[in-house]
Design a protein around this ligand. Structure first.
Ligand SMILES: C[S@@+](CC[C@H](N)C(=O)[O-])C[C@H]1O[C@@H](n2cnc3c(N)ncnc32)[C@H](O)[C@@H]1O
Length: 209
C-alpha cells in the first residue's frame, strides 16, 4: 500500500498537543533524543536577551510554547507568531492567555512565504521550520528582509534520524549541510553567522550589519 502524503500545513494542523507536549511534559525519550529542540529554544532566547525591548517574529510558531518562554524570560516588547496551521495558533493564543502574556503577543494564520508584513522585526526566529521548506533560499532572503538585528534558524542534518523521519512523516522533510547553510546566507545583508551544533543539526545566528 502506498504511503499517504500531506502538506506540512495538513501534517502540523493535527499535532499541536503532541508538539506542545515535547516541552510541557517531556518523556525520557524526548529528553534523550529531542535535545535539539531544547537547544534551539535556548539559543533563540539568549539572542533575544542580547537586545533591549526587541520586537520578535516567531516564524512557524507552532503551539507557541517557545514564544511564551521567550516573552517570560526577556523584555521583548512584542512578539508576532505566524503559522499556517490554525490549530497551532489556537493553542498558542490559549497558552499565551493562560500565562497572562496576551498583551505582548499576537498569533496570526499565514504562510510566511506569502504574508505581506507591514513592519520589520529586531529579531526573527524560525526553529523547527526549515525542515519543511522546499525553497530555503527564498525563505532566508525574506527573513533577512524582515529583520533589523539578528535572525535565528535551526537546520536539520542528514543521517539516521533524518532517514527515520522520512519514513515516519507523511509530509516532505529537507536537510542541509554547513556549506549549503553558508551558501543560503551568501547574499544576505549580515556581518556574521554563528553555528551552534545540536544532536539534530545546527542552529545559526545571523547578525545584521
Ligand atoms: C515542528 S513545528 C515547530 C514549532 C515551533 N517553532 C517550535 O519549535 O516549537 C513547525 C511549524 O512550522 C509551521 N510552518 C511550516 N512552514 C511554514 C510556513 N511556510 N509558514 C508558516 N508556518 C509554517 C508548521 O505549521 C508547524 O506548526
Amino acid at each position: 500500500m502506498s504511503k499517504q502524503t500531506h502538506t506540512a500545513q495538513q501534517y502540523w494542523d493535527v499535532r499541536s498537543d503532541l508538539f506542545a507536549s515535547y516541552y510541557k511534559k517531556p518523556s525520557l525519550f524526548d529528553k534523550l533524543f529531542r535535545q535539539g529542540i531544547y537547544t534551539r529554544t535556548a539559543v533563540a532566547l539568549k539572542t533575544i536577551q542580547e537586545y533591549d525591548k526587541p520586537t520578535v517574529l516567531d516564524i512557524g510558531s507552532g503551539p507557541g510554547v517557545n514564544s511564551v518562554t521567550w516573552l517570560k524570560n526577556s523584555n521583548a516588547s512584542l512578539l508576532l507568531g505566524i503559522d499556517f496551521a490554525e490549530s497551532m495558533n489556537e493553542y498558542a493564543r490559549k497558552n499565551a492567555k493562560s500565562e497572562a502574556l496576551a498583551d505582548r503577543c499576537k498569533f496570526i494564520e499565514g504562510d510566511f512565504m506569502k504574508h505581506k508584513f507591514d513592519q520589520s522585526f529586531d529579531i526573527s526566529v524560525a526553529v523547527g521550520v526549515l525542515d519543511y521548506i522546499d525553497d530555503a533560499a527564498s525563505f532566508i532572503k525574506k527573513m533577512d528582509a524582515v529583520t533589523n538585528k539578528a535572525f535565528v534558524v535551526s537546520w536539520p542534518k542528514n543521517g539516521l534520524r533524518m532517514a527515520l523521519r522520512r519514513y515516519r512523516y507523511t509530509c516532505a522533510v529537507f536537510h542541509y549541510t554547513e556549506k549549503s547553510i553558508r551558501d543560503l546566507h551568501a547574499n544576505c545583508n549580515i556581518k556574521s553567522i554563528d553555528f551552534i551544533p545540536t544532536n539534530a543539526g545546527w542552529v545559526t545566528i545571523a547578525r545584521k550589519k
